[in-house]
Design a protein around this ligand. Structure first.
Ligand code: CP3
Length: 340
């Protein structure tokens, strides 16, 4: 491994330089990605063609000079593997033809297996061989609650009231679905690790719309289960976006790294999550600002996080209209930060 900064920082070590990558780095911010997209029918064809998924994964490593690659895929591979098909609509996002509303619907879902995500396994193997140890490869999945939200709503939502209604009115049914998603996700992540993923991230993108009580009943226990199964194999990064109202409970997860969003002060995050490595947390919108602002906000962030057990990133995915030069500048600013 030529550059294992990310893995060492995830294990809590002090590194000679701070590792940096960006959530959603392999997307529409990059010209090469947009060209790749023009060659195919839709987003899913990219995800399901290992050579193209590999190409999309490698582009940011070249173009942005980041310290990690994240396999080009989507969290919605899991519902599809369970038998719930979706389409990715141009500039609208995901759309499921059917949604899960009843016990019968849940019984009709399968616990996915390798044949349902073999294209991801192949993409990881190919990417791993192309990377040839240049930087570590990150695998990922959505948290069970975030996947539940898409499976019950059928698409993105402002309120997620259909998903949340099930939590309050049919809690047992909700737990049955969450359990099935969790079992699938554990198998899926283990297959990613067997294929060569060296660290995995769990995206709980919609954790923040729950109350602390609901979060601790319907999201966190399932994340905990996944961490317990995976963290002994590779380091796990848990990213409980927006859910830091439950920081005390999150701190008990059996994971190596906590991903922090921009709503938490970095030095406070250190106090909350004492023994863990931290990742984050620059507001992506800082990257719309001029270079000097990006530099001072990035350096200020690092100063507050400290340089031991720290992975620089944004507090959520990079937005498609952020200028790629600004993203590159952010990466450089992290790399230039003097570690004493
Ligand atoms: O670079 C990377 O981070 C790797 C690839 C990656 C994608 N999606 C590719 C993608 C990752 C890690 C994801 C995770 C993902 N997908 C999340 C969790 C992260 C987050 O942002 O909270 C979520 C919630 C999804 C579901 C999803 N996928 C939505 C809601 C959408 C539509 C909105 C959007 O951002 O475009 C997608 C589409 C998607 N996933 C694209 C990419 C590159 C854009 C597709 C295109 O138009 O080409």
């Amino acid at each position: 491994m030529k550059n294992d900064l990310l893995l060492r920082a995830a294990r809590g070590e002090k590194t000679e330089r701070i590792p940096v990558w960006l959530m959603r780095q392999a997307g529409r911010i990059l010209p090469g990605y947009r060209k790749l997209r023009e060659k195919v029918k839709d987003f899913k064809e990219l995800v399901k063609t290992p050579t193209l998924a590999c190409e999309a994964t490698l582009e940011p490593v070249q173009a942005l000079d980041v310290d990690a690659a994240i396999i080009f895929s989507d969290i919605l591979v899991v519902p599809e593997a369970m038998g719930l098909d979706y389409e990715m609509l141009e500039s609208k996002g995901p759309m499921f033809e059917k949604t899960i509303q009843s016990k019968k619907d849940i019984d009709g879902l399968r616990i996915g297996s390798i044949e349902n995500w073999n294209y991801v396994v192949e993409a990881i193997k190919l990417t791993k061989s192309e990377l040839n140890g240049k930087v570590p490869l990150i695998g990922f999945a959505g948290s069970p609650w975030t996947i539940f939200a898409y499976m019950t709503e059928g698409k993105g939502s402002k309120t997620f009231s259909i998903a949340k209604r099930m939590l309050y009115s049919e809690p047992e049914m909700a737990h049955a679905l969450l359990d099935k998603i969790t079992q699938t996700t554990i198998k899926y992540l283990k297959d990613q690790v067997n294929a060569g993923a060296q660290i995995v991230q769990l995206f709980d993108s919609w954790g923040g719309i729950l109350s602390p009580e609901s979060y601790e009943e319907f999201s966190l226990p399932y994340i905990a289960k996944i961490c317990d199964e995976l963290n002994g194999l590779v380091p796990v990064i848990a990213f409980p976006k927006g859910a830091f109202f439950s920081a005390k409970e999150i701190a008990k997860l059996n994971c190596s790294v906590i991903g922090i969003d921009w709503t938490v002060n970095p030095s406070e995050a250190r106090t909350l999550f004492g023994g863990k490595s931290l990742q984050g947390n620059l507001d992506p919108c800082v990257l719309y600002a001029e270079p000097s602002v990006i530099r001072s906000k990035t350096h200020n962030m690092i100063e507050q996080f400290g340089t031991k057990g720290y992975i620089a990133n944004l507090g959520h995915g990079v937005y498609p209209d952020i200028p790629v030069d600004n993203v590159r500048h952010f990466v450089e600013c992290v790399k230039q930060y003097p570690v004493k």
